[in-house]
Design a protein around this ligand. Sequence first.
Ligand SMILES: Nc1ncnc2c1ncn2[C@@H]1O[C@H](COP(=O)(O)OP(=O)(O)OP(=O)(O)O)[C@@H](O)[C@H]1O
Ligand SMILES: [Mg+2]
Length: 240
Amino acid sequence: MLRLDSLSCGYGAMQAVHGLDLHVAKGSITTLLGANGAGKSSTIMCIAGHVAVHSGEIRYKDRKITDASPMQRIKDGISVVPEGRRLFPNLTVKENLIVGGYSRSRDESNRELERMLSIFPRLEERLGQRAGSLSGGEQQMLAIGRALMSKPELLLVDELSLGLMPKIIDICYRAIAELNKDGLTIILVEQSTHRALEVADQVCVLESGRTVWQGTSDEAQNNVKMIDSLLGLREETSDA
Ligand SMILES: Nc1ncnc2c1ncn2[C@@H]1O[C@H](COP(=O)(O)OP(=O)(O)OP(=O)(O)O)[C@@H](O)[C@H]1O
Ligand SMILES: [Mg+2]
Protein backbone atom coordinates (compact mmCIF):
# COMPACT_ATOMS: atom_id res chain seq x y z
CA MET A 1 0.00 0.00 0.00
CA LEU A 2 2.73 2.45 1.05
CA ARG A 3 6.48 2.37 0.72
CA LEU A 4 8.97 4.85 2.09
CA ASP A 5 12.39 4.35 0.53
CA SER A 6 15.33 6.12 2.21
CA LEU A 7 12.98 8.97 3.02
CA SER A 8 14.55 12.11 4.44
CA CYS A 9 12.40 15.13 5.16
CA GLY A 10 12.33 18.30 7.19
CA TYR A 11 11.91 22.00 7.43
CA GLY A 12 14.23 24.15 5.30
CA ALA A 13 17.79 23.18 6.18
CA MET A 14 16.60 21.29 9.28
CA GLN A 15 16.33 17.55 8.58
CA ALA A 16 13.87 15.82 10.91
CA VAL A 17 13.87 12.31 9.38
CA HIS A 18 16.95 10.59 7.97
CA GLY A 19 16.71 7.75 5.46
CA LEU A 20 13.54 6.04 6.69
CA ASP A 21 12.56 2.73 5.05
CA LEU A 22 9.05 1.51 5.76
CA HIS A 23 6.73 -0.88 3.94
CA VAL A 24 3.06 -0.82 4.90
CA ALA A 25 0.91 -3.70 3.67
CA LYS A 26 -2.70 -3.14 2.59
CA GLY A 27 -5.09 -3.74 5.47
CA SER A 28 -2.39 -3.61 8.13
CA ILE A 29 -1.81 -1.42 11.17
CA THR A 30 1.66 0.03 11.60
CA THR A 31 2.62 1.72 14.84
CA LEU A 32 5.30 4.40 14.84
CA LEU A 33 6.78 4.92 18.28
CA GLY A 34 9.33 7.40 19.52
CA ALA A 35 10.09 9.93 22.23
CA ASN A 36 9.43 13.67 21.83
CA GLY A 37 11.15 15.04 18.74
CA ALA A 38 11.87 11.59 17.26
CA GLY A 39 10.32 12.56 13.93
CA LYS A 40 6.96 10.77 14.15
CA SER A 41 4.78 13.74 13.21
CA SER A 42 7.24 14.82 10.53
CA THR A 43 7.00 11.36 8.95
CA ILE A 44 3.20 11.35 9.05
CA MET A 45 2.92 14.89 7.72
CA CYS A 46 5.44 14.12 4.99
CA ILE A 47 3.33 11.16 3.83
CA ALA A 48 0.33 13.53 3.75
CA GLY A 49 2.36 16.04 1.72
CA HIS A 50 2.79 18.78 4.32
CA VAL A 51 6.50 18.36 5.10
CA ALA A 52 9.13 18.71 2.38
CA VAL A 53 10.97 15.62 1.14
CA HIS A 54 14.73 16.19 1.09
CA SER A 55 15.59 12.88 -0.56
CA GLY A 56 14.19 9.41 -1.08
CA GLU A 57 10.81 8.34 -2.33
CA ILE A 58 7.20 7.80 -1.24
CA ARG A 59 5.23 5.18 -3.21
CA TYR A 60 1.51 4.66 -2.67
CA LYS A 61 -0.41 1.89 -4.41
CA ASP A 62 2.62 1.36 -6.67
CA ARG A 63 2.81 4.96 -7.80
CA LYS A 64 5.39 7.55 -6.85
CA ILE A 65 3.65 10.34 -4.91
CA THR A 66 6.76 12.09 -3.56
CA ASP A 67 5.85 15.31 -5.39
CA ALA A 68 2.04 15.05 -5.28
CA SER A 69 0.11 17.90 -3.63
CA PRO A 70 -1.64 17.30 -0.28
CA MET A 71 -5.01 17.66 -2.07
CA GLN A 72 -4.07 15.01 -4.64
CA ARG A 73 -3.09 12.64 -1.82
CA ILE A 74 -6.45 13.18 -0.12
CA LYS A 75 -8.21 12.40 -3.40
CA ASP A 76 -6.03 9.28 -3.75
CA GLY A 77 -7.22 8.10 -0.33
CA ILE A 78 -4.65 9.32 2.20
CA SER A 79 -6.11 11.10 5.21
CA VAL A 80 -4.53 12.39 8.41
CA VAL A 81 -5.68 12.96 11.99
CA PRO A 82 -3.11 15.58 12.95
CA GLU A 83 -1.41 16.02 16.30
CA GLY A 84 -3.46 18.43 18.42
CA ARG A 85 -6.53 17.62 16.24
CA ARG A 86 -6.63 21.05 14.54
CA LEU A 87 -10.41 21.26 14.46
CA PHE A 88 -12.23 24.46 13.52
CA PRO A 89 -13.38 25.43 17.03
CA ASN A 90 -15.98 27.96 15.92
CA LEU A 91 -17.63 25.61 13.43
CA THR A 92 -20.16 23.02 14.57
CA VAL A 93 -19.44 19.31 14.66
CA LYS A 94 -21.41 18.85 11.45
CA GLU A 95 -19.60 21.70 9.70
CA ASN A 96 -16.22 20.24 10.68
CA LEU A 97 -17.31 16.92 9.22
CA ILE A 98 -18.53 18.55 6.01
CA VAL A 99 -15.13 20.26 5.63
CA GLY A 100 -13.51 16.82 5.94
CA GLY A 101 -15.60 15.54 3.05
CA TYR A 102 -14.95 18.43 0.64
CA SER A 103 -12.91 16.24 -1.73
CA ARG A 104 -15.91 13.92 -2.27
CA SER A 105 -19.28 14.35 -3.96
CA ARG A 106 -22.27 15.26 -1.83
CA ASP A 107 -23.69 11.73 -2.08
CA GLU A 108 -20.42 10.11 -1.07
CA SER A 109 -20.04 12.63 1.71
CA ASN A 110 -23.53 11.88 3.07
CA ARG A 111 -22.82 8.14 3.00
CA GLU A 112 -19.56 8.65 4.88
CA LEU A 113 -21.34 10.83 7.42
CA GLU A 114 -23.83 8.03 8.15
CA ARG A 115 -21.06 5.45 8.49
CA MET A 116 -18.97 7.71 10.67
CA LEU A 117 -21.87 8.50 13.02
CA SER A 118 -22.50 4.78 13.46
CA ILE A 119 -18.88 4.43 14.62
CA PHE A 120 -19.08 7.46 16.94
CA PRO A 121 -22.77 7.77 17.97
CA ARG A 122 -21.75 10.34 20.56
CA LEU A 123 -21.04 12.82 17.76
CA GLU A 124 -24.55 12.40 16.40
CA GLU A 125 -25.93 13.84 19.63
CA ARG A 126 -23.65 16.85 19.23
CA LEU A 127 -23.89 17.67 15.53
CA GLY A 128 -25.02 21.26 16.17
CA GLN A 129 -22.53 21.95 18.96
CA ARG A 130 -19.43 24.12 18.43
CA ALA A 131 -16.34 21.90 18.10
CA GLY A 132 -14.45 24.11 20.55
CA SER A 133 -16.95 23.28 23.29
CA LEU A 134 -16.53 19.49 23.02
CA SER A 135 -14.61 17.51 25.62
CA GLY A 136 -11.09 16.36 24.71
CA GLY A 137 -12.33 12.86 23.96
CA GLU A 138 -15.18 14.08 21.78
CA GLN A 139 -12.73 16.33 19.93
CA GLN A 140 -10.52 13.33 19.20
CA MET A 141 -13.55 11.39 17.90
CA LEU A 142 -14.42 14.37 15.72
CA ALA A 143 -10.85 14.62 14.42
CA ILE A 144 -10.96 10.94 13.44
CA GLY A 145 -14.47 11.37 12.01
CA ARG A 146 -13.42 14.37 9.94
CA ALA A 147 -10.48 12.40 8.53
CA LEU A 148 -12.84 9.54 7.63
CA MET A 149 -15.13 11.87 5.69
CA SER A 150 -12.69 11.91 2.77
CA LYS A 151 -13.18 8.12 2.50
CA PRO A 152 -9.54 7.17 3.01
CA GLU A 153 -7.81 3.91 2.19
CA LEU A 154 -4.81 4.90 4.30
CA LEU A 155 -5.44 6.68 7.60
CA LEU A 156 -2.58 8.38 9.43
CA VAL A 157 -3.31 9.04 13.11
CA ASP A 158 -0.94 11.17 15.17
CA GLU A 159 -1.11 10.61 18.95
CA LEU A 160 -4.41 8.76 19.18
CA SER A 161 -4.55 8.54 22.96
CA LEU A 162 -2.53 11.51 24.21
CA GLY A 163 -4.28 13.25 27.12
CA LEU A 164 -7.40 11.06 26.99
CA MET A 165 -9.14 9.13 29.78
CA PRO A 166 -8.84 5.32 29.62
CA LYS A 167 -12.55 4.97 28.73
CA ILE A 168 -12.19 7.29 25.74
CA ILE A 169 -8.94 5.60 24.70
CA ASP A 170 -10.91 2.33 24.64
CA ILE A 171 -13.55 3.88 22.36
CA CYS A 172 -10.89 5.26 20.00
CA TYR A 173 -8.97 1.97 19.86
CA ARG A 174 -12.19 0.02 19.27
CA ALA A 175 -12.95 2.35 16.38
CA ILE A 176 -9.46 1.83 14.95
CA ALA A 177 -9.88 -1.96 15.18
CA GLU A 178 -13.32 -1.79 13.54
CA LEU A 179 -12.10 0.42 10.69
CA ASN A 180 -9.14 -1.87 10.14
CA LYS A 181 -11.44 -4.89 10.04
CA ASP A 182 -13.33 -3.14 7.25
CA GLY A 183 -10.08 -2.97 5.27
CA LEU A 184 -8.65 0.43 6.20
CA THR A 185 -4.83 0.56 6.32
CA ILE A 186 -3.65 2.56 9.33
CA ILE A 187 -0.44 4.15 10.56
CA LEU A 188 -0.70 4.97 14.22
CA VAL A 189 1.70 7.28 16.01
CA GLU A 190 1.85 6.82 19.75
CA GLN A 191 4.11 7.58 22.67
CA SER A 192 2.62 4.99 25.02
CA THR A 193 3.69 1.58 23.86
CA HIS A 194 1.48 -1.11 25.24
CA ARG A 195 -1.90 -0.23 23.83
CA ALA A 196 -0.46 0.52 20.41
CA LEU A 197 1.38 -2.80 20.30
CA GLU A 198 -1.84 -4.73 20.91
CA VAL A 199 -3.49 -3.57 17.68
CA ALA A 200 -0.40 -3.31 15.46
CA ASP A 201 0.85 -5.74 12.84
CA GLN A 202 4.19 -3.97 12.51
CA VAL A 203 6.09 -1.63 14.82
CA CYS A 204 8.75 0.92 14.01
CA VAL A 205 10.66 2.83 16.71
CA LEU A 206 12.23 6.16 15.78
CA GLU A 207 14.94 8.06 17.58
CA SER A 208 16.30 11.38 16.36
CA GLY A 209 14.73 10.82 12.97
CA ARG A 210 16.20 7.34 12.43
CA THR A 211 14.74 3.86 12.79
CA VAL A 212 16.28 2.17 15.81
CA TRP A 213 13.99 -0.89 15.86
CA GLN A 214 11.53 -2.43 13.45
CA GLY A 215 9.64 -5.71 13.69
CA THR A 216 6.31 -7.47 13.98
CA SER A 217 3.99 -6.72 16.86
CA ASP A 218 4.72 -10.19 18.34
CA GLU A 219 8.43 -9.44 18.30
CA ALA A 220 7.71 -6.06 19.86
CA GLN A 221 5.55 -7.60 22.61
CA ASN A 222 8.37 -10.04 23.39
CA ASN A 223 10.82 -7.14 23.61
CA VAL A 224 8.73 -4.59 25.48
CA LYS A 225 11.51 -3.81 27.97
CA MET A 226 13.97 -3.13 25.19
CA ILE A 227 11.45 -0.92 23.37
CA ASP A 228 10.63 0.92 26.59
CA SER A 229 14.31 1.60 27.10
CA LEU A 230 14.62 2.88 23.52
CA LEU A 231 11.76 5.25 24.31
CA GLY A 232 13.43 6.32 27.53
CA LEU A 233 10.57 4.82 29.57
CA ARG A 234 12.52 2.21 31.53
CA GLU A 235 14.71 4.76 33.33
CA GLU A 236 11.57 6.64 34.38
CA THR A 237 10.02 3.39 35.66
CA SER A 238 13.06 2.45 37.70
CA ASP A 239 13.35 5.98 39.10
CA ALA A 240 9.73 5.90 40.27
N1 LIG B 1 7.69 23.33 11.81
C1 LIG B 1 8.93 22.95 12.17
N2 LIG B 1 10.01 23.71 11.88
C2 LIG B 1 11.26 23.33 12.24
N3 LIG B 1 11.55 22.20 12.90
C3 LIG B 1 10.51 21.40 13.22
C4 LIG B 1 9.14 21.72 12.88
N4 LIG B 1 8.34 20.74 13.33
C5 LIG B 1 9.15 19.83 13.93
N5 LIG B 1 10.45 20.23 13.86
C6 LIG B 1 11.61 19.52 14.39
O1 LIG B 1 11.67 18.23 13.79
C7 LIG B 1 12.09 17.26 14.73
C8 LIG B 1 11.06 16.13 14.77
O2 LIG B 1 9.84 16.66 15.29
P1 LIG B 1 8.46 15.86 15.24
O3 LIG B 1 7.40 16.85 15.56
O4 LIG B 1 8.39 15.14 13.95
O5 LIG B 1 8.68 14.82 16.43
P2 LIG B 1 7.63 13.86 17.13
O6 LIG B 1 8.27 12.51 17.15
O7 LIG B 1 6.32 13.98 16.50
O8 LIG B 1 7.61 14.44 18.61
P3 LIG B 1 6.38 14.57 19.67
O9 LIG B 1 6.25 13.22 20.32
O10 LIG B 1 6.86 15.60 20.64
O11 LIG B 1 5.16 14.98 18.93
C9 LIG B 1 12.26 17.97 16.08
O12 LIG B 1 13.64 18.22 16.25
C10 LIG B 1 11.49 19.25 15.88
O13 LIG B 1 12.06 20.30 16.62
MG1 LIG C 1 4.51 14.60 17.16
